[in-house]
Design a binder for this molecule. Structure first.
Ligand code: PSU
Ligand code: MN
Length: 304
């Protein structure tokens, strides 16, 4: 059984040891509007190539799990309206049924592991939603980080989530949360969530060494690297707080639940910030792609 189909570029990189960085596709189909989603997908791939690594955007298309997409496939996903959002629970069902779906952080980690890719760049991970004590809405991304050995570079958890609860779950699950170059926990659109991150590292080499160490010790699971958004692009916490509160109230008022929550909140915050949240989102994803390429290059020079 063929588990995944690499693009020619990814296949070549995997066989000759060129660093590879995995990318998710839910950010394209459910995280940003067209055409910015397509532009960003291409820009991040370009940033990773400029950093000496090969990008592998993951998606299920007509029942095939692809590691690395052609530009036509990327464009198809960016324009499609009815693509499934796949996580650990539904990825195999989609593939077996010949369906098409975009991969979340959890599903992209699974795809990366199958392909032998150790580093993955995204925007923000899913986490524990505000009010989770009633809704039980905790993203499968957190449990994936606990069991799949991939280093994920994100800009922190979005402030639409309950960040302290998200950190508690990650700690319980044994996932290292490593802030890059600062003590504070980044909060996606803002450089600080106003709380300390559990761990800090200042170089890509140190992050790669921790990845290798973890695997040598036989510890399951990955690492979460939280990389603050570049200063010029951040929206400060005080500006965002009322907007997030309003978006969360609107989601409740419209009865949005389950998989619909994250895409709804992202779209609502985009409207309420007149698009500024999207500009910030683009900047942070590209920043994460660049750091991930450095970590992948460092991993290539360390024995695992
Ligand atoms: N954060 C973003 N944009 C996104 C997502 C998160 O800024 O598009 C997506 C990612 O694919 C993440 C998923 O894995 O949302 C989490 O969804 P849920 O909360 O339903 O698990
Ligand atoms: Mn959820």
């Amino acid at each position: 059984m063929t588990l995944f189909t690499p693009s020619p570029e990814v296949a070549a990189a995997l066989s000759n040891g060129t660093p590879v960085v995995a990318l998710e596709s839910t950010i394209i189909t459910h995280g940003m509007p067209y055409p910015q989603n397509l532009e960003v997908a291409r820009q991040v791939e370009g940033d990773i190539r400029a950093g000496g690594a090969v990008p592998a955007t993951m998606a299920v298309i007509d029942g095939v799990l692809h590691a690395g997409l052609t530009d036509t496939q990327l464009e198809g996903l960016a324009q499609s309206k009815n693509v499934a959002k796949l996580s650990r629970a539904d990825m195999a069902v989609c593939i077996a049924g010949g369906g098409t779906g975009a991969t979340t952080v959890a599903a992209t980690m699974i795809a990366a592991r199958l392909a032998g890719i150790s580093v993955f760049a995204t925007g923000g991970i899913g986490g524990v939603h505000k009010g989770a004590e009633h809704s039980f809405d905790i993203s499968a991304d957190l449990l994936e980080l606990a069991q799949t050995p991939v280093t994920v570079v994100a800009a922190g958890a979005k402030a639409i989530l309950d960040i302290p609860k998200t950190l508690e779950v990650l700690e319980t699950q044994g996932v290292p949360v490593i802030a890059y170059g600062q003590d504070d926990m980044p909060a996606f659109w803002s450089r600080s969530a106003g709380i300390l991150a559990p761990l800090r590292m200042d170089t890509a080499a140190a992050i790669a060494a921790a990845h290798v160490q973890r695997s040598a010790m036989g510890l399951p699971g990955g690492q979460l690297v939280v990389n603050p958004i570049p200063e010029a692009d951040e929206i400060d916490r005080a500006t965002l707080a009322p907007i997030i509160a309003q978006a969360t109230r609107d989601a409740d008022a419209h009865g949005i639940s389950g998989k619909g929550v994250t895409p709804y909140l992202l779209q609502r915050i985009f409207e309420l910030t007149d698009g500024r949240s999207l500009t910030a989102n683009i900047a942070l994803v590209r920043n994460n792609g660049r750091l991930a390429a450095q970590i992948a290059a460092e991993l290539g020079t360390q024995t695992s």
